[in-house]
Design a protein around this ligand. Sequence first.
Ligand code: BEZ
Length: 256
Amino acid sequence: MTNISLSHTWNTTLYEDKHAFVWQYGEELLKLLNPQPGESILDLGCGTGQLTEKIAQTASEVIGIDSAPAMIEKAKQNYPHLHFDVGDATNFQVEQPLDAVFSNAVLHWVKAADRAIASIHQALKPGGRFVAEFGGKGNVQAIAQALSHAVEAIGAPQALNPWYFPSIAEYATLLEQQGFDVIYAVLLARPTPLADGEAGLLNWIQMFASAFLIELSVEQQIQVIRNVEEYLKPTLYHQGTWTADYRRIRILAIKI
Ligand code: BEZ
């Protein structure tokens, strides 16, 4: 039987057990950050803290912030020696200007990108770096379209798409308008295998795409997910594994 549980709060156990790829793929971004001893670095949208801890292995002062209290609670349990706080990407302040702001797999949730960039800019020292990776233009397009079509097909109301997937040109323009030099930007196709075999897409939808289904009854949600699975199976399910059609934007910008 399908076990459906859709909610607006993050399930940190499901996040850590089934979606560890979120921070495992973040290791590449750490190389771009290249933290140095003596530096102060903020991990924006730190989740349960795994990458914050990696940054803290080198940098001197590291703080992780996340808008989800459940994530921060878990991060503090995981790494009690580190500093974590609840904070909003569009409106955070730091006591001392930072050498770097790092953000992995978060800014696709922040539609007010200009406000997030303004907060990041004011948090950095001149010459400080902003290093980020998140969903870029065309990210999970097949899944998003299949969800929209399946909701439409049962005559249910369409929910607002919860994601912001900009192009490089769009995001670099916003950064330049607010006083950054963009010195590296790339849009990468990164097909991402999902854990849990046949249940992989269902788990992913529960974790990341529940907003599409929030107006629906449980029966309708089951029907939509089944239709999405059936529609996407020929392209995204191979040899017992679902693969999500991720495209990531990766950016390094310097505060002027
Ligand atoms: C991503 O990490 O690319 C992603 C996360 C949540 C929803 C969609 C995409």
